[in-house]
Design a protein around this ligand. Structure first.
Ligand code: NAD
Length: 594
């Protein structure tokens, strides 16, 4: 089946720059002539024009080359005088391939490498050499070239259709492995432990039949990944999302492992989810789906083995269904099988807002660290679900000015500040924050690039990437979401002096209070909200201080420091539990185990 993919803005920019090289613009001609290969000239010019590091420009070129070579059809949307949406002819598509190949580090379609006096002629020659001259004459090729130049230079967007499965977003599991590599090297982590930590301990895939409201049966695929249990029973949320992938769940389960470790909880890490669109399902369908998932996983979860919690598009109600179904299977009330339950059936006071309260405590610490005043500080929040709403509310209560909020449909901006509780009322009535009174609309991308003091990404992964990190203008990024920043983006933010509170620390408040819920369920004795808040504050604040001490000592960013702290704890637990086939991390001072 053909899949369609639209080139991103930065990719379109790269194609336009290639075309510009042939328009003989003086500054680009000078650039070409000062480099030995077209590839260097392109990546350097691109990196300078778009503020993207050379390494990322290089990678983007490779990705673009792959997409163009795999495309079956290409459509260009261009303004007058061309038709609005224009399908490229097969000759134009091949010409585009020649053009891209010309800038490749290893050109294959060009009879000679390097530059000839007339650059356009060299492309036409390359086309004839590689594809032959259609209709027997070179003039036809020349015309295809001119058409291609015109279309690419005026294109508003380019859409490809391809038979190859398309991956448009960075794979978060790859990000996990990259960070593990960096932190592992700094820690001089034993090779054996490193190998173990690259993979999940256990992956379960289930297919769940559900009777839909119209009587039909649909099969949904669900996952549960238990990444590592060296420190204790695994713990991690359950996500319902139509684009959920196994790699995403694996990445999330690894992040849970580092998260519980970095804040010193006696727990391992796991994650689960179902590929479904909860927005299109009735409550009854969701209940049957959740109960089916619970039955399929009942042998693998439990208070002493693996404890789920809510995540994107699941909530306290979902947890109540899981707890009820599991209790029926094992034959007694087992409140501790999940956390994030309603308070009336063993939930902890303060769990609902715990992730965001943790975000707030870490923002307070970061502001102290930077000598920044929080009263009146401007805040933009991406994502307005559980984490985003409570983070906006708590920072608003602290005296910050919430200037922008978004959800999956888009965002709103007001320089006068927004009241998150009123925005939530609007969202509950209308289904989105869009349309809230006296606000400007903005896209999720624009929200991220706003000039503000604090940015809270609280939606999904891969929001801040190599392509937009250079444009982030906030002083603090507090990662309410898991994995919102790619490793490439991290480097750019660090270089630009943006203080990132990494996800495994910033949003750990949720799992900390989930752990408190487990403890209360086991004691069958419940704490006051004040007690929960105090315990949360002392746990997360001391973790923040430990991580920033490591960052200072090893001159690394907060994320690498958090990974180092977490890895050390997990590795120590693995070492002490097994007959020692591994080399302990003894040489490092300052990274104590708790
Ligand atoms: P949620 O389902 O309550 O809310 C998700 C929000 O994100 C919704 O407002 C949705 O409209 C918005 N959204 C979805 N796609 C978007 C997009 N492309 N752009 C902008 N907004 C988009 O989920 P949540 O529990 O608030 O989780 C949000 C993030 O926080 C996730 O990354 C999750 O893993 C992480 N997290 C949640 C908890 C928790 O306790 N709930 C704990 C730790 C981390």
């Amino acid at each position: 089946m053909l899949s369609a993919v639209e080139l991103s803005g930065p990719e379109l920019g790269m194609i336009k720059l290639m075309a510009d090289f042939f328009a003989e613009k003086p500054e680009l001609v000078a650039k070409i002539e000062s480099y030995t290969t077209a590839h260097y000239a392109l990546t350097i010019a691109y990196s300078e024009n778009f503020g993207i590091p050379e390494a990322d420009a290089w990678k983007m070129f490779e990705e673009l080359e792959r997409k163009i070579n795999e495309a079956e059809y290409i459509h260009v949307e261009a303004p007058h005088p061309l038709k609005k949406s224009y399908a490229m002819s097969p000759e134009e598509i091949n010409m585009l391939r020649v053009l891209v190949d010309y800038f490749s580090p290893n050109p294959k379609m060009t009879p000679m490498s390097g530059f000839v006096a007339n650059r356009s002629e060299s492309i036409i020659e390359a086309y004839k050499w590689f594809f032959g001259a259609p209709k027997g004459n070179g003039e036809f090729v020349r015309e295809s070239f001119r058409n291609l130049m015109e279309k690419t230079q005026t294109a508003l967007s380019i859409r490809l259709e391809t038979l190859t499965p398309v991956t448009t977003t960075p794979n978060p599991y790859k990000a996990v492995l990259e960070l593990l590599q960096i932190a592992g090297e700094k820690l001089k982590l034993d090779q054996g432990i490193h190998e173990v930590l690259k993979r999940p301990m256990r992956t379960i895939i289930v297919n769940i039949p559900v009777v839909m409201d119209d009587g039909s049966i649909r099969i949904f695929t669900g996952y549960r990944v238990q990444y590592n249990d060296a420190l204790g029973p695994t713990k991690g949320g359950i996500r319902y999302h139509p684009e959920l992938t196994l790699d995403e769940v694996i990445a999330l389960s690894a992040w849970m492992t580092w998260k519980t470790a970095v804040v010193g909880l006696p727990l391992g890490g796991s994650k689960g989810g179902i590929r479904c669109n909860p927005k299109e399902m009735s409550s009854g369908e969701l209940e049957r789906l959740t109960r089916g998932y619970t039955r399929a996983l009942a042998r693998f979860i439990g208070p002493y083995s693996d404890v789920p919690a809510p995540d994107v598009y699941t909530n306290a109600q979902t947890m109540a269904w899981i707890m009820d179904e599991y209790s029926q299977i094992v034959g007694c009330n087992t409140f501790g099988v999940v956390t994030g339950k309603p308070v009336c059936i063993g939930g902890s006071l303060g769990r609902n807002e715990a992730t965001s309260r943790g975000v707030m405590y870490t923002v307070i610490e970061a502001a102290k660290h930077l000598g920044m005043e929080l009263k009146g500080a401007t805040v933009a929040v991406q994502g307005f679900g559980n984490v985003g709403y409570h983070a906006a509310r708590l920072l608003h209560e602290l005296g910050c000015k919430i200037v922008a909020i978004s959800d999956s449909k888009g965002g709103i901006y007001s320089s006068y500040g927004l009241d998150p509780t009123k925005v939530l009322e609007h969202k509950n009535e209308r289904g989105s924050v869009i349309g809230y009174e006296n606000c400007k609309c903005l896209t999720n991308e624009e929200l991220l690039e706003l000039e503000c003091d604090i940015l809270v990404p609280a939606a999904l992964e891969n929001q801040i990437t190599g392509a937009n990190a250079g444009k982030i203008r906030s002083k603090i990024v507090a990662e309410g979401a898991n994995g919102p920043t790619t490793p490439q983006a991290d480097e750019i933010l660090f270089k630009n002096g943006v203080f990132v509170i990494p996800d495994i620390l910033a949003n750990s408040g949720g799992v900390i209070v989930s752990y408190f819920e487990q403890v209360q369920n086991q004691m069958n004795y419940y704490w006051s909200e004040e007690e929960v808040r105090n315990k949360l504050q002392s746990t997360i604040v001391s973790a923040f201080k430990e991580v920033s001490a490591v960052a200072e000592e090893y001159k690394v960013n907060m994320r690498i420091a958090a990974y180092m702290k977490a890895l050390k704890r997990v590795a120590d637990a693995m070492l002490v539990r097994k007959q020692n086939p591994f080399v302990p991390i003894t040489s490092l001072q300052g990274i104590g185990s708790k």
